[in-house]
Design a protein around this ligand. Structure first.
Ligand SMILES: [Zn+2]
Length: 246
């Protein structure tokens, strides 16, 4: 993570989080838990303030929805990525909760970045050293389905993945626009069929006219007579007329 100049009073979450700066030269940071939690226990709420909405993703934001991001404005930005994370950033409840194994005092605080982020300006090689490590980490949009398989993902990420897979548009409320698109498509096809039927009718009339002799081939005008002498017309074939009308 790029060096971050805190704009908030530190420590922001002294009861639950200890921030370690591992080196004075590269300012890499990590966070340790000060508490034990059962599986899915509440670690911290994402409150307003200090959280504020952000227009774009930065290294100091988390994504809360398809088009919404959050400035954490607290030491929570020092929670690093892991492919076997101890925490879940659950945007449906705007809270950070323990993972499925719970949390132990002294354990590193981590979460799976693609669980919130759809796209990241810069991916990175993960060195979480867990058996679960997914390798190169980027926003979920650039991860393979194999890399995301089995990982807890927020609803907006799952929606966006589904949208990417099916080419449908699912909005933040979960409404599928695909259904509307299907209806529009159906309507377009019906219009097209109706148009084709009209064309068939016109072609049949033109053929009938030609066969039954209302076209003067020499003059291009209409007259009685014409070609119809040499064969049967379509109406005769379809049985609508009793026989030759001439
Ligand atoms: Zn990893």
């Amino acid at each position: 993570m790029a060096p971050l100049t805190p704009t908030w009073a530190q420590p922001s979450h002294p009861d639950v989080q200890e921030v370690l700066v591992s080196s004075k030269t590269d300012f890499t940071t990590k966070s340790l838990s000060k508490i034990d939690l059962p599986p899915y226990g509440l670690f911290a709420k994402l409150d307003f303030p200090p959280c504020t909405s952000a227009e774009h993703a930065t290294y100091a934001t988390v994504q809360t929805g398809k088009n919404s991001h959050l400035n954490l404005n607290s030491d929570l930005v020092y929670i690093n990525h892991s492919c076997d994370p101890s925490l879940i950033f659950d945007m449906s409840s705007m809270s950070i909760i323990a993972g499925s194994n719970g949390l132990k005092k002294g354990q590193e605080l981590t979460f799976f970045y693609p669980s919130t982020e759809w796209s990241m300006a810069q991916g990175f090689d993960c060195f979480c050293n867990t058996a679960n490590c997914r390798g190169f980490i980027s926003g979920a949009s650039a991860m393979t389905s194999a890399q995301l398989e089995g990982m807890w993902l927020n609803a907006h990420i799952r929606d966006l993945l589904e949208e990417k897979k099916t080419g449908t548009d699912v909005d933040v409320t979960g409404n599928e626009h695909a259904k509307q698109e299907v209806d529009d498509t159906e309507q377009a096809l019906r219009d097209s069929l109706s148009c084709a039927q009209t064309m068939v009718e016109k072609a049949r009339k033109a053929l009938d006219t030609y066969v039954h002799g209302t076209v003067d081939k020499e003059n291009g005008g209409l007259k009685n007579g014409g070609k119809g002498r040499n064969g049967i017309g379509s109406r005769e074939m379809s049985g609508e007329m009793g026989g030759d009308t001439s």
